[in-house]
Write a protein that binds this ligand. Structure first.
Ligand code: URA
Length: 186
């Protein structure tokens, strides 16, 4: 994990490195049962080198805590791309493809039982295919993948555009927490 961190922090494999301040590796327990995957760092994350520490991150922390989840206790927080796309634009296909092996390595190292994808970009990038389904249609449902379960939900930043998304994210986080309890017991 330490050597992967070093590699990511000094990565120059795609043009995003030119405008970044800090690459954002991700954080959480190295053996977390849950990995939460966002899109990419925003301004605050780029400044501090930590994932989800801006406005959306505060909301995510608060909703996770409500469900009994946290980056200190049981969730590793990562992103599809490790460097901030200028003006927070959506990462380009080439950038996602270049960065994706890092995420794959993180998943292999952490080996989470559950993966939660935040938002359409994370979902699409993770699948590596254009999205046929709307996130509103598939959110909250489990997909089995090797020895893990994968779920997608709305990105917490969507709540600032439309507060009606919030209860859905809360419901999905609760389902994640319940599933974790179930798998720990079983
Ligand atoms: N949004 C993301 O998708 N990731 C972050 O790390 C912060 C905001």
């Amino acid at each position: 994990m330490a050597s992967l961190r070093e590699t990511i922090l000094s990565c120059q494999a795609c043009p995003l490195y030119r405008e970044r301040n800090l690459a954002v590796f991700g954080e959480g327990p190295e053996n977390a049962p849950l990995m939460v995957i966002g899109e990419g760092p925003g301004a605050k994350e780029d400044e501090l080198g930590r994932p989800f520490v801006g406005r959306a991150g505060k909301l995510l922390d608060q909703m996770m805590e409500q469900a009994g989840l946290s980056r200190e206790k049981n969730a590793f927080i990562a992103n599809i791309v490790k460097c901030r796309p200028p003006k927070n634009r959506v990462p380009k296909k080439q950038e996602v493809q270049t960065c994706f092996p890092y995420l794959e390595e993180q998943i292999e190292l952490v080996n989470p039982k559950l993966i939660l994808l935040l938002g359409a970009t994370a979902l699409k990038s993770y699948r590596g295919t254009p999205l046929r389904d709307k996130i509103s249609d598939i959110r909250g449902s489990w997909e089995k993948e090797n020895n893990r379960l994968v779920m997608a939900t709305f990105h917490p930043a969507a709540v600032f555009r439309n507060p009606r998304y919030k209860p859905f994210i809360e419901e999905d986080l609760q389902a994640i927490a319940d599933k974790l309890k179930e798998t720990a017991a079983g």
